[in-house]
Write a protein of this length. Structure first.
Length: 412
């Protein structure tokens, strides 16, 4: 007696769910790489900044220089990625970046010299960029396997940064010790979290490499003439560069602003935790926008909302306003990053996704180099609130530029 397949027995909705779940689970597991690259390796520093600034006698410009150093390394990694990708697979670069970043985070806990910390932050930025770009390439492959869920898959990957923010909002307050260089213990705790996340994320990357291999060299050569040149999406690149300047000013100095406004450590921790949770759930919120908007409109919408979120705590000093700002910012900023990968996926052939994502990452890194130093310099002279006003203005300008970016290819 012939047997029937599960597809013949189960209703179409159940079959679709069975096919969908493994891909979404892989996306969520892979997203722990973005949690390492940004949530832990970069954004956790905002929680450490007040303690390190007081202990080491830094100005706000010096404190901002630490994130500028991290962004410089991020830029160097982004510039090197296309060359590295020709020699090693995205999965291999992803795994190497995760392992190296965990070790470097532990190294930050061994140092108390400003110059040495700057060097480590540069190298950490480079390894983080390998994670983020290669993870973006792998996430784009997953998105192509489920076209109807493409925006959700990309949102899940980038929204995974929120897990790093949540972890750091719990770990840093618990591990900062009230003594000389008491912040060093927190770096070790963050390194341990990196190691745990890396074990899961690397496994997901290997699975994606096996099941969803990249485009062959033959296909790449065949489609070389079909690739839009970067001047055609320069408005999107410029809008994303201003996003890099504006958002990093908020993420670097918002905790210091809230503490200077007299908010307790418990309130600030709650704010940061809520921001991280909002980042995690943002994948579902913006998935339809990322699927439908093929030009720069998605980035324009998200930059506008980020400008509002950044301006709120600069104008109003009440805790409830800070929480509204944190929720809006957390639910939006990583989706702005996801929107550029969606733009690349919509407008470039698969063989050039790595180059396209690298191009956006490079301008993003330039923005992040400028942001902490400039906003820190403004904050030293005119106060942290004024610095965030400048950040909001830059985000608004980025929204205008992105809104002018048209799609490069018609929908298929």
């Amino acid at each position: 007696m012939p047997t029937r397949s599960l597809d013949a027995v189960l209703p179409p909705s159940a079959t679709d769910t069975m096919q969908r779940f493994p891909i979404l689970l892989l996306a969520m597991s892979l997203s722990l790489g973005s949690a390492i690259a940004l949530g832990l390796a970069r954004f956790a520093y905002a929680l450490l900044l007040p303690s390190m600034k007081l202990d080491l006698g830094w100005s706000f410009a010096q404190a901002g220089a630490m994130n500028t150093a991290n962004a410089l390394g991020y830029l160097l990694g982004a510039l090197a990625f296309p060359r590295l990708a020709r020699r090693w697979s995205a999965g291999a670069l992803f795994g190497a970046g995760c392992a190296a970043t965990a070790l470097l985070m532990a190294g930050s806990g061994l140092l108390a010299d400003t110059h040495a910390l700057l060097v480590v932050r540069v190298v950490t930025g480079a390894t983080s960029s390998l994670i983020f770009i290669s993870g973006g390439v792998l996430a784009a492959r997953l998105a192509s396997a489920r076209p109807h869920d493409a925006g959700l898959v990309l949102g899940l990957y980038y929204g995974g940064t929120g897990w790093g923010i949540v972890a750091s909002s719990v770990l840093v307050p618990l591990t900062i010790v009230n003594r000389l260089h008491g912040w060093q213990v927190a770096w070790f705790a963050l390194a341990a979290a990196c190691a745990v996340f890396a074990a899961i994320a690397i496994g997901a990357a290997r699975r994606i490499e096996q099941v969803y291999p990249g485009v062959s060299a033959t296909a790449s050569a065949a489609k070389a003439d079909d690739v839009p040149r970067w001047p055609r999406f320069s408005l999107a690149l410029a809008g994303y560069g201003l996003f890099g300047v504006g958002y990093i000013g908020y993420m670097t100095f918002i905790v210091a602003l809230l503490r200077n406004a007299g908010m307790s450590a418990a309130v600030v921790t709650g704010f940061y935790l809520l921001l991280g949770v909002a980042t995690v759930v943002s994948a579902r919120v913006w998935s339809t926008l990322l699927d439908r908007m093929r030009g720069g409109q998605a980035l324009a919408v998200l930059n506008t909302l980020l400008a509002i979120a950044t301006l709120l705590p600069a104008v109003f000093a009440q805790p409830w306003v800070a929480f509204v700002s944190g929720v809006l910012f957390g639910a939006t900023f990583l989706s702005a990053v996801a929107s550029t990968t969606a733009f690349v996926r919509h407008n470039l052939p698969a063989s050039h996704w790595a180059k396209g994502i690298s191009a956006f990452t490079i301008v993003f890194a330039f923005g992040q180099i400028v942001g902490p130093m400039v906003i820190g310099w403004v904050s030293d002279g005119a106060g942290l609130a004024r610095g965030l006003v400048y950040s909001a203005a830059l985000l608004a300008a980025g929204a205008v530029l992105a809104a002018c970016q048209k799609a490069l290819r018609a929908a298929v």
